[in-house]
Design a protein around this ligand. Structure first.
Ligand SMILES: [Zn+2]
Length: 407
């Protein structure tokens, strides 16, 4: 769990120190990454294996050598090496790609503060002790006891905003709700979230005016000279718009997941390999014309990618899991299966919105039908056939029982 609070450093010396820490963290991270990239299996015999420990020793040596590096904080610089190590751990565990260099003008800059010390000024304001910068003020918007429970913090600059994210031990689940009801949740593109009780939740997007402004700014950016001051300003405007949307979506996720968690004790969601679905379309080589490529539906896929990411599935499921118990079930055929009799065929799906069973004639909203299927799979509920079923239907129900995986 982490709590994010907005930080307001004092303009001048204090702000300069925070910027310096960001610069040092980035420099040490990039240098460490370069050192690690240099190591290859063929060089293993004459170069010691590179680890956090060896890099920490190298850092100590570098600090002895360079005054400007010594002027910075050891805690911050060592924190950057630990970040790098974690990035490599994630890479080797196939959780993420190979670590990349941090950019001077990257969207996000930051550094780690270990051995967190915070104090409260008044109801609305608190202070955090940052090495060499002293007490830095932040706005308190969460319970002070939660903030005090944090063990480490990361101070970050994103789109002109300074924030501190405090890592806290996971909060205990809320007191068990009084209901024993379970719910199934289908995450779609047309309706961002559909529940098995027939409710639809739509993730907010840009307003019409914002969308127009966003497109206009992107066009302007494309025409501007790289590295120019005007281009820089356009970029800042674009990122402010994106930030506004991200805030809006974040609020929506919190509100929607809280609402679902307050009325149900457990939820089933479909297990979706989002990383696969949002991957770039594979290039399709032309067999008759070497070096050339056939159309691969890349534009259509990138449109879908945007829509998937726009409906912010991953974050939604993550926050839901924090608030209630969630099971993830295989998503195969949940949109084609009849929630009434279990008959599965693609013709059942009349259109994007309407589900009409070819076996029993059951009619429902397509996303709600899928949500009911997900609920039934997650909690091993049987379909309730209304009347006698044909042979074909009975056969299709012999499918293997779905495996339930606790998320
Ligand atoms: Zn049916």
């Amino acid at each position: 769990m982490s709590i994010v609070q907005r930080v307001y450093p004092v303009e001048g010396a204090q702000l300069d120190v925070l910027v310096m820490h960001c610069d040092h963290a980035r420099f040490v991270y990039n240098l460490g990454l370069e050192q690690r990239s240099w190591w290859t299996p063929s060089r293993r015999h004459f170069r010691q294996k590179i680890s956090v420990a060896s890099q920490m020793r190298d850092l100590t040596e570098a600090r002895r050598e360079f005054d400007w590096l010594r002027a910075g904080s050891t805690v911050v610089q060592q924190g950057a090496l630990r970040d790098l190590d974690r990035a490599f751990t994630n890479f080797f565990a196939r959780r993420s790609g190979y670590p990349t260099f941090k950019k001077r003008f990257g969207a996000r800059q930051g550094f780690v503060v270990r051995d967190l010390v915070v104090r409260r000024i008044n109801r609305k304001w608190g202070e955090i002790l940052v090495p060499k910068a002293g007490w830095v003020r932040f706005r308190v918007s969460r319970a002070w006891t939660d903030i005090c429970a944090a063990t480490s913090a990361r101070i970050a600059l994103m789109n002109g905003r300074w924030t501190v994210s405090l890592t806290t031990p996971p909060a205990p689940r809320r007191e068990a709700p009084t209901t024993a009801l379970v719910v199934g949740i289908d995450r779609g593109v047309a309706n961002s979230v559909a529940t098995s009780d027939g409710r639809m939740f739509h993730a907010p997007g840009f307003t019409v005016g914002e969308q127009a402004r966003f497109v206009a700014l992107q066009r302007r950016l494309a025409r501007q000279q790289k590295g120019s001051a005007n281009r820089h300003r356009t970029k800042a405007k674009l990122s402010r718009l994106r930030l506004r949307l991200a805030d809006r979506r974040g609020d929506w996720i919190e509100q929607t997941t809280s609402e679902i968690a307050s009325s149900y004790c457990a939820a089933a969601v479909e297990k979706l390999p989002i990383a696969n679905m949002t991957r770039r379309a594979k290039p399709k080589p032309d067999p008759d014309n070497p070096g050339a490529f056939l159309p691969n539906g890349g534009r259509a896929k990138s449109g879908l990618n945007r829509a998937i990411l726009a409906s912010c599935w991953g974050k939604f499921a993550q926050r839901l899991d924090h608030k209630m118990s969630v099971v993830a079930v295989p998503a195969a055929y949940t949109s084609q299966e009849c929630s009434n009799c279990g008959y599965t065929c693609p013709e059942n799906r009349d259109s994007q919105a309407i589900f009409r069973c070819q076996g029993c004639g059951f009619e429902h909203h397509a996303d709600t039908n899928a949500a009911i299927n997900i609920r039934d799979r997650g909690f091993n509920l049987e379909h309730q056939p209304e009347d006698s079923l044909g042979d074909r239907v009975r056969q299709s129900r012999k499918r293997a029982a779905p495996t339930i995986l606790v998320a």
